[in-house]
Design a binder for this molecule. Structure first.
Ligand SMILES: [Zn+2]
Length: 107
């Protein structure tokens, strides 16, 4: 009982890799001639720590709006530079305000 199975359903896909592609030439120049310029890294300071605001209340909606986009999204720490402690307070206060319809969820 030697049942040879040729197994035709396995196509050997050997895609020939294109050799090189279009040659760029040796004089490609700098990587990003018109890319973003390099600025000196500026150390971000938490605005609320600098103003010595220890706790954020949900009623301070004017302050909280500065940590939101126009569409109502909460800005990240990377953008605002807030410290972790204050960012947690900001997000909680904004979410309370959204629930109270003081600040928008969207739009
Ligand atoms: Zn802070």
């Amino acid at each position: 009982m030697t049942n040879e199975n040729p197994n035709p359903s396995t196509p050997q896909q050997a895609a020939p890799a294109p050799a090189g592609g279009p040659a760029r030439g040796p004089a490609a120049g700098p990587r990003r001639p018109f890319g973003r310029r390099h600025f000196a890294p500026r150390r971000k300071v938490c605005r609320l720590c600098a103003e010595k605001i220890h706790t954020i209340d949900y009623k301070q909606s004017q302050l909280l709006k500065t940590f939101c986009t126009d569409t109502g999204k909460i800005l990240s720490r990377r953008i605002t530079g807030a410290c972790a402690k204050h960012q947690r307070q900001i997000t909680r206060a904004i979410k309370i305000n959204r629930n109270l319809a003081i600040m928008p969820y969207k739009g």
